[in-house]
Design a protein around this ligand. Structure first.
Ligand SMILES: Nc1ncnc2c1ncn2[C@@H]1O[C@H](COP(=O)(O)OP(=O)(O)OP(=O)(O)O)[C@@H](O)[C@H]1O
Length: 250
């Protein structure tokens, strides 16, 4: 689904490279979390996938084709919901379709209402984003991301601004969406427990510049429950991951 092929990248103003011949692959339908110390370049990976940035060398491929030749191949959801306060929730969710063009207003409204219903926000389309709780806003933002129609979703710490209990329920909710929609999800998080709960595989940033990502399979299937996080092998993996991040942060 997604491939980095020997990608090199450095911000022009910086005197150090973020990536040096980085290669990795994500398979169709996977849920993969990327973890690494603050500032190591996790979000830069996403910016290279969604073409906000261009590699200095190497290629980014989606479904085997270079991204330069493609449109609408990924949906991106940043940490903050970025819902426009001057638009209703429904109008926010309609935005990707307005940008893509080719839809009548009635079609856009229908699809937005269906997407809002699928995230449990049927009665909230006519409200202002200000009237929604943090978790509800993130669900609306997720509906908007899904309506890009892309099979690849890039989620950049989408729950980090939420309170602890809302985060727990949003993780469970997100897994339900993923199991239902069969999308490929790449998810950035600082939170090792969140990565263990969500992913089939975790990619750990081990070095700066990034020359490789260490791939670790999570020894648990789906559907996943919070109780599984207490299994000895998961606890031991959690400890290993924390040690890796501490070592990297030094
Ligand atoms: N536009 C930019 N221009 C110059 N340097 C940048 C720019 N954006 C990010 N950087 C630098 O590149 C490095 C990687 O940034 P990036 O946002 O990808 O890291 P990150 O791992 O996602 O960080 P965090 O976990 O704190 O969100 C950081 O040191 C940052 O200061």
């Amino acid at each position: 689904m997604l491939e980095f092929d020997n990608v090199c990248f450095q911000y022009e103003v910086d005197d150090y490279a973020i990536m040096d011949k980085l290669s990795f692959q994500i398979q169709d339908g996977e849920f993969v979390c990327v973890i690494g110390p603050s500032g190591c370049g996790k979000s830069t990976i996403f910016r290279l996938v969604n073409k906000l940035l261009t590699p200095d060398a190497g290629r980014v491929l989606v479904n085997g084709q270079p991204i330069e030749t493609q449109k609408n191949y990924c949906g991106y959801m940043p940490q903050h919901d970025l819902l426009f306060p001057w638009r209703t929730v429904r109008e926010n969710v309609m935005l990707p379709m307005e940008i893509q063009g080719g839809y009548t207003k009635a079609e856009m409204q229908k699809r937005a209402d269906e997407a809002l219903a699928s995230v449990g926000l049927s009665d909230w389309g006519q409200k202002s984003p200000r009237e929604l709780s943090g978790g509800m806003r993130q669900r609306a933002a997720f509906a908007r991301t899904v309506l890009t129609g892309s099979d690849l979703l890039l989620l950049d710490e989408p729950f980090s601004a939420l309170d602890y209990l809302t985060r727990l329920s949003m993780r469970e909710w997100l897994l339900e969406q993923w199991e239902r929609d069969q999308k490929t999800v790449l998810f950035i998080t600082h939170d090792v427990e969140e990565a263990l709960f969500l992913s089939g595989r975790i990619l750990v940033v081990e070095s700066t510049p990034m020359t490789h990502l260490r791939s670790i399979e999570v020894p648990a299937g789906y559907p996943r429950t919070r109780e599984e996080l207490a299994r000895p092998e998961i606890l031991s993996l959690k400890e290993d991951l924390i040690q890796m991040l501490r070592r990297d942060a030094k």
